[in-house]
Ligand binder design. Sequence first.
Ligand SMILES: [Zn+2]
Length: 371
Amino acid sequence: MKLSFHGADRSVTGSCHLVECAGKRILIDCGLHQGSRELDEENAGPFGFDAAGINYVLLTHAHLDHCGRLPLLAKRGFRGEIITTSASRELARLIMLDSAHQQEEDMRYRARRGGYDGARHDKNEPLYSTLDALNCLDYFGRTATYAQVIEVAAGVPATFIDAGHILGSASIFLELEEQSHRTSVLFSGDLGSAGRILLRSPAKPPHAENVVMETTYGDRLHKQLGPSIDEFYEAITETFKRGGNVIIPTFALERAQELLYYLSEGVTQGRLTKSTQVYLDSPMAISATEIFRRHPECFEPATAKLLQEGHDPFSRLRHVHRRPRAPPPPAQSRSRGFEHCVRRLRSHRDSCAPNYRRRQAGEHLRRGYSG
Ligand SMILES: [Zn+2]
């Protein structure tokens, strides 16, 4: 068995690990490098292996830094099978199509400027297009179910274990046999914390001889959730009392749905006023919320029961379908998401609080729930 790393080594994005065993070449994740112009170049560079020679991809979860180079893999010749959970499959579709759109926007921006920023090998071509992302969907094959062994190939059983990180996320346990030598490897993927409200806590994995573990936040202690929620409700209530509105920047996937849940619970429990109106201004977050509704099997049992009884934690939601006023941002991925977020925040601030400049911070809570 041979194991090599083609991303998320010496960095925390671009997860891509190659297992070679029993004549098969199996990738664990194929994520996008994110964070700087240099990493853009790394995305456009060679994988370090032949895409056409990969037989299987096992996808731990649908965050961009774990699935974002799958369309590129297919574009460069991959014709094997991608295996993941049902929820990850739906979310990966959303994330990859959005990423392709961003790549195309970047290309158009560079074309408008008439320059070449050196971040692509071919200035007339995005890293991958919407068509490439759609083509990639054809390679999603069997669906993995938590805790059930799936025979990836002869002699390569895999088990997807609930990682409690985002909807559908999994650690992957591989049992490998080659020339009568047996071993096992556990790929942790990203792990969630225990005691979350929507998703189940990470399940305990089986004993493994080798563990490949991600440790992005491994050196931090998480704050206790209860006091944070109290603070959240207090901040909203105080702001409403002063006649203000609350604008919350957040990740579109998972964190947005958790916030929606807590807002709904706050009203149900009388900790927020009944007249609270919740608007969600993100096409991706809106789509992700719909996918959440379709996958109660991933939910923490008490939440799943509430859903079964007809209590919809997302029911207070009103969607905002509109285009941002400003043109697309510059093509630097370092600030793309952030700039986009800031522009939306300013747009909301101007429409919700025309006197903001005079009143400054007194009337509005601008609070980042993105960490
Ligand atoms: Zn993740």
